[in-house]
Design a protein around this ligand. Structure first.
Ligand code: DX5
Ligand code: ZN
Length: 215
């Protein structure tokens, strides 16, 4: 079954704990945290303390998406915040191998994300060493954007490239009840959804239907 990862970026920041419980009770397996530095992307969000403070309140798998330049410099801040997985951007790393080693040494899973214009081929040399590939289906930086349909073929290519390896394929940006089934049909295992979940009148119902898009 497909995993649903609500993105906290679209939650009501005045009621974070309540919103996290709501999506957890509705069956979301992962919680997606978008960390932005105002350099790699033209926006700021929040930092490791938000992840750390929510950790005691949830058993969900904490999925941290770092949209920051040179993530190696930020990893000391994130290694003890309770993240299960830290995903960095291929484009932001001068030494991706060092990032992978740093996180694995601390028993944190490693993901690599690709902006829409970045070819999946760049990941070939790292396939035996990563746990997650995050395919951006919008330009990173903001929630609420429209899904880029041309990324569907990339999802398929990544699925073929990964083959039998134990790597999750995660999609992020513009995921809703219309686009989720297309992503799943092309091989996505994890659906990140911000606006579609948190801006809905009934987030639990959307989570249920996103799960059904994988059946
Ligand atoms: C965008 C972030 C996404 C964002 C998705 O840079 O990586 O995780 O929260 O938001 P929606 O689902 O609203 O497109
Ligand atoms: Zn994200």
């Amino acid at each position: 079954m497909v995993v649903v990862a609500p993105s906290l970026l679209a939650a009501d920041f005045c009621r974070l704990q309540e919103q996290v419980s709501l999506v957890e009770k509705a069956g979301a397996e992962w919680l997606h945290f978008d960390i932005m530095d105002g350099h790699f992307v033209p926006n700021l969000s929040y930092g490791a303390d938000v992840v750390r403070q929510l950790r005691p309140y949830s058993k969900m798998f904490f999925d941290v998406h770092l949209m920051v330049e040179e993530p190696l410099n930020f990893l000391p801040m994130f290694e003890s915040c309770g993240a299960d997985l830290v995903t960095v951007h291929y484009e932001a790393c001068s030494d991706l191998r060092a990032v992978i080693n740093y996180l694995h040494k601390r028993n944190i899973k490693v993901g690599v994300s690709l902006k829409p214009q970045t070819s999946e081929q760049v990941l070939e040399p790292f396939l035996d060493d990563i746990d997650n590939i995050l395919i951006m289906t919008v330009e990173p930086g903001f929630g609420g954007q429209s899904f880029m349909f041309e990324q569907l073929s990339k999802i398929k290519s990544v699925t073929d490239m990964v083959g039998e390896r134990d790597i999750c394929i995660e999609v992020d940006g513009g995921i809703n009840l219309k686009t989720a089934p297309l992503c799943v049909a092309n091989g996505a295992d994890v659906l990140v959804a911000g606006s579609a979940v948190f801006k809905a009148p009934d987030p639990a119902e959307i989570i249920k239907q996103l799960h059904e898009s994988g059946e």
